[in-house]
Design a protein around this ligand. Structure first.
Ligand code: SF4
Length: 551
């Protein structure tokens, strides 16, 4: 449904009087754009910017780009201007967007389900080394993010990555973003149904669909038999469950999201067979499009609608207005106590093996990815996977190839038996490239891991440390054991320095029936970035001294 095609009257008993400003819900007839983002989306579909990039901007260069396209619609194709070097975090909030930005772009390549073959891996590596100054990060949404991209190079970049079946369509923007999937879909011993088919169906039918390219905000999806993606933190999640009468299918969760106002997704209590996932997903995203709040950007995510409606009403609207049928009641799935990251050596259901390795906080490079492709090929495999914990997996290894592959990956800095620190540390993009950032994250994560490996090499527990450059929580501040939110804090001599507010004891994936918890924002507890290693060391030593048997 386009901006002009949405019905002006309510589809669910709209108020009899004429449209009010309200929350800007289209389905209630509130069509007048109520903020600048809604205005530019109404003026022109973000998807249309592709044609202008290829025909005008790539030829005319950065200066030829229309400002609204530059800071708005470019995102619909995975492009953001990156932060200009040398601007400290204290100035993030006071400068205008154009004063913060560079003439280069961050480019997000979507990797739905995190699945890559070697041609795709090599294409990304080639784009990185040729056009992106050898940058490449594995994001916590299974994307690959490149930096230093020039607008002039975009036609060639799209030719290369689309030539191998990848794309950047709706990788950012108010759109259906990359679909998370289990990194071990199709090979895990514990998996009953491989959800890859549903991910492909949605990608094929709906990504780039102008009916869904003007949502109130981003829309995040995960579809996985195993609970090895952060399902509660997504707008929609399908999670494997066995129904006592109907057999294997998926449990539906809606309305999760972190950022500055974190909420966990709610179960609708329905069981969805695999062949109906795309249809149900389509119904939920259309509810978001039609009923989502468009007045305030900071109340536009689906979680706010869910908070007001509750899961019962959401299910009723889904069934009566969008699917025209009842959904089947379903049981809750079994959930793990800790997130599963697949690092290490594991057996597949077919007798082969997969190996998960940990770059530090997802940072790799085009050169490293090219070497990974060569190593994987030399060991008889053709498939890699990215994980939502910024890890990389190699699938389909014969047993006699495993040790050699592990050693070869270690040579290029990818460790299959990492320390607890390297394994559990994630970081968002941070001040190096992100215009919203207040502090450095990736390099800080690397130095933190190195320091903790020296100070506490013997640490033997699972621990998650998530570094975030600002309150937006792209690296999921609130669900880590130690969640770190970047901010400016007073240093020892009273000057303002980079630091973090600390959230302790979060964690997704609690036992079935329970609600996962958010990290406690410890009142007033902050650390400077400089003192972060000491701070984490103190916490870890206290934990080791006081933990109970089996904890
Ligand atoms: Fe940028 Fe903030 Fe997100 Fe980090 S958390 S990537 S600094 S917006």
């Amino acid at each position: 449904m386009t901006a002009t095609a949405v019905p002006a009257s309510s589809r669910s008993g709209a108020p009899a009087k004429g449209p009010r400003r309200g929350e800007g819900q289209w389905a209630l007839g509130h069509r007048e754009p109520l903020n600048p983002n809604e205005r530019f989306k109404k003026d022109d579909d973000g998807l249309n910017v592709r044609q202008r990039i290829e025909s005008i901007y790539a030829k005319g260069g950065f200066a030829s780009i229309d400002p609204t396209d530059l800071r708005g619609r470019m995102r619909w194709w995975g492009l953001y201007t990156q932060r200009a070097p040398g601007i400290d975090g204290g100035r993030t909030a006071v400068l205008e967007p154009h004063e913060l930005e560079d003439e280069y772009f961050m480019l997000r390549v979507r990797v739905d389900g995190g699945q890559l073959d070697l041609a795709q891996l090599r294409a990304i590596a080639n784009v990185s080394t040729r056009y992106g100054r050898d940058t490449a990060d594995i994001t916590d949404r299974q994307n690959i993010q490149l930096h230093w991209i020039r607008i002039e190079d975009m036609p060639a970049i799209w030719k290369e990555i689309e030539g191998v079946g990848l794309d950047t369509t709706e990788a950012c923007g108010d759109t259906p973003r990359v679909i998370l999937g289990s990194p071990v879909a199709g090979v895990a011993e514990a998996e009953v149904l491989d959800a890859t088919e549903a991910i492909r169906e949605i990608h094929g039918k709906f990504i780039g669909d102008p009916e869904l390219s003007n949502l109130p905000r981003k829309f995040k999806t995960t579809i996985s038999w195993l609970p090895d993606t952060p399902y509660e933190a997504n707008d929609i999640a399908f999670l494997g469950v066995i129904h006592p009468e109907h057999g294997p299918g998926f449990d539906l969760w809606v309305g999760g999201g972190l950022s500055t106002n974190p909420m966990l997704a709610k179960r609708l209590g329905v069981w969805v067979p695999m062949h109906e996932i795309a249809e149900v997903w389509h119904g939920v995203i259309k509810i978001f499009r039609d009923y989502g709040y468009r007045r305030l950007r900071n109340r536009a995510r689906l979680k706010f609608l869910m908070a007001d409606w509750g899961p019962e009403k959401f299910r009723e609207i889904l069934e009566t207005e969008y699917l025209d049928r009842k959904l089947i009641d379903g049981p809750a799935p079994e959930l793990p106590e800790r997130p599963v990251d697949h690092v290490g050596i594991h057996k597949q259901w077919d007798g082969k093996y997969y190996v998960g390795v940990a770059p530090v906080a997802g940072r790799v490079s085009g050169s490293i990815l090219a070497k990974v492709a060569d190593i994987v090929e030399a060991h008889g495999s053709g498939r890699v996977r990215l994980t939502p914990y910024q890890k990389l997996l190699v699938l389909d290894l014969e047993q006699d190839q495993v040790n050699s592959l592990v050693a070869a990956l270690r040579e290029i800095g990818l460790e299959a038996t990492p320390s607890a620190w390297r394994r559990g540390t994630m970081a968002c993009t941070g001040i190096e490239f992100c215009k919203l950032a207040i502090v450095e994250t990736k390099a800080r994560a690397a130095s933190l891991v190195e320091e903790l490996e020296k100070r506490l090499a013997e640490f033997d527990a699972d621990i998650s440390i998530h570094l975030n450059g600002c309150p937006n929580a792209c690296a999921r501040t609130q669900v880590a054991d130690i969640g770190l939110k970047g901010m400016i804090v007073p240093g020892p001599d009273g000057t303002q320095v980079e630091g973090f507010q600390v959230h302790l004891g979060g964690g997704l994936g609690m036992a079935a029936g329970q609600t996962a918890g958010f990290g406690r924002k410890v009142r007033g507890l902050k650390t400077t970035a400089e003192e972060l290693p000491e701070y984490v060391e103190r916490l870890a030593r206290r934990y080791l001294a006081t933990r109970t048997e089996g904890e």
